[in-house]
Design a protein around this ligand. Structure first.
Ligand code: NAP
Length: 332
C-alpha cells in the first residue's frame, strides 16, 4: 500500500537555503523487523547545517535528507517487531534523516520514550541531551561539588549541561558571548557566568576560589578554547564537541608540558554506537525521567512547518537566537 510523505532533500552540497528542497516521496510498508514512524518534531541543529554544506564528519550519498534528531509516533510495524507498537513515541539515536513527515527504519535502531514527554522536548533525547550526559559522565571522575567549565553555555547542549550538573550536585562555570544571558542562565541553575573574552582563566581562578576545574567543554574553538584549557587543573581534560567560532584550536606548548592537559573529542553518534546497552538504558531512563519531572528542558525559539523550510533554515543560522529552531510536522 505504501505511505505518501514529504521530506527536505538535497542533491548537492552547498549553502543550505540554496540546495534544500521539499519533495514528495512514496515509502514502502515496513518489512520484517521494521517500523513506520510519523515524525512530530525535528530540530535544526548546527550539525545539520554542516551536513548540508558537506562539512560534517560524514558526507552522505546524494540525494540525502538532513536531520539528526526527532521525535515521532510509530504508525505501523512489520512482522517480528517486539517492544514497539503503533502509538508509541520514539526517538532515533542514529542518523535517519529526520526532516521528513515519515520514515521507515529498523525497529532495533529506535528507542521508545514516555508519551508524557511533549514531542518538542522528546526530540532532544536523540542527540543534544545524550551529548550533555556523556560529557558529564565519560571524561572525568566528577563528584558532587566539582566544577565544570564550558563555553557556548547558552547552546542547547550547554543548557542541558547546566541542568544535568545541577541534578548531580556539580557546579558550572559558564562562558557566554552576550551579557543579557547571565541572569537567564543563573535562573536555570548556572553557578557562575562570565563573558567569552580573555582573561577567562583569571576570572575562573577567582570565581572558583582556587578550586580545581578538571573538565572543560569546548564548542567554540580559537581563543575561547585556549582560555578554557588555561583554566584547567593539572591533568584536566578539555573535550571539544563543536567549532561554532570556526577558528582552529591553538594551544600553548606549556599546557601540555607543565600541566599535561588532555585534549579529547566527542561525537555522540559514535559514542552511542559504542556504548553498552546497560549504559544507554541507564542514560535514557535518567534523561527521560528528568524531562518528565521538568528538570530538563530545551528552549525553543521558533517553530516552522516543512513548507517553510527555507525560512526555518535562515532562522536556524541567524544569531542571536533565543533557543532552538524546530520543524513541527503538520498532520495531513
Ligand atoms: N560532537 C557532538 O556529538 C555534538 C552533539 C551535539 C552538539 N554538538 C555541537 O555543540 C555545539 C552546540 O550545539 P547546540 O545544538 O546545542 O547549539 P544551539 O542550541 O544551536 O546554539 C548555538 C550556540 O552557538 C553559539 N555560537 C554561535 N556562533 C558562535 C560564534 N561565532 N562564537 C561563539 N559562539 C557561537 C551561540 O551563542 P549565543 O547563545 O550567544 O547565540 C549558541 O549558544 C555545536 O557546535 C554543535 O555542533 C556536537
Amino acid at each position: 500500500m505504501g505511505t505518501k510523505t514529504r521530506a527536505v532533500c538535497f542533491y548537492e552540497f552547498g549553502a543550505p537555503e540554496e540546495v534544500a528542497r521539499l519533495e514528495e516521496r512514496e515509502l514502502t510498508d515496513p518489512q520484517a523487523g521494521e517500523v513506520l514512524v510519523e515524525v512530530k518534531v525535528a530540530p535544526l541543529n548546527p550539525a545539520d547545517i554542516n551536513f548540508l554544506e558537506g562539512k560534517y564528519g560524514i558526507r552522505p550519498a546524494l540525494p540525502a535528507i538532513p536531520g539528526n534528531e526527532s521525535s515521532g509516533i510509530v504508525r505501523g510495524v512489520g512482522s517480528g517487531v517486539k517492544g514497539l507498537k503503533p502509538g508509541d513515541q520514539v526517538i532515533a539515536p542514529s542518523r535517519i534523516g529526520s526532516w521528513c513527515e515519515h520514515y521507515v527504519t529498523a525497529a532495533a535502531s529506535l528507542r521508545k520514550v514516555p508519551s508524557e514527554i511533549p514531542a518538542e522536548q522528546a526530540c532532544f533525547l536523540s542527540v543534544n541531551a545524550p551529548t550533555a550526559w556523556a560529557l558529564l559522565h565519560e571524561f572525568a571522575q566528577l563528584n558532587a561539588g566539582d566544577w565544570v567549565l564550558q563555553n557556548a553555555a547558552n547552546s542547547t547542549v550547554g543548557r542541558f549541561i547546566i541542568q544535568i550538573a545541577k541534578q548531580k550536585g556539580l557546579k558550572t562555570l559558564n562562558v557566554v558571548r552576550r551579557a543579557e544571558l547571565v541572569p537567564e542562565l543563573k535562573a536555570l541553575g548556572a553557578d557562575e557566568v562570565v563573558m567569552d573574552k580573555p582573561p577567562v582563566s583569571k576570572q575562573a581562578a577567582a570565581l572558583t576560589k582556587g578550586e580545581e576545574i578538571r573538565l572543560a567543554v569546548n564548542a567554540v574553538g580559537g581563543e575561547s578554547a585556549r582560555e578554557l584549557a588555561k583554566s584547567l587543573a593539572r591533568h584536566g581534560t578539555l573535550v571539544t564537541i563543536g567549532a561554532m567560532g570556526r577558528e582552529p584550536l591553538q594551544i600553548p606548548n606549556s599546557l601540555l608540558i607543565f600541566k599535561d592537559i588532555r585534549f579529547r573529542g566527542l561525537w555522540i553518534n559514535e559514542w552511542i554506537q559504542a556504548a553498552s546497552p546497560q549504559k544507554l538504558d541507564a542514560m535514557y531512563e535518567e534523561l527521560a525521567r528528568w524531562m518528565q519531572e521538568k528538570k530538563l528542558s530545551a528552549l525553543i525559539d521558533k517553530t516552522f512547518s516543512l513548507d517553510d523550510h527555507l525560512e526555518a533554515l535562515r532562522g536556524s543560522e541567524q544569531a542571536p537566537r533565543h533557543g532552538k529552531v524546530i520543524f513541527r510536522m503538520q498532520a495531513r
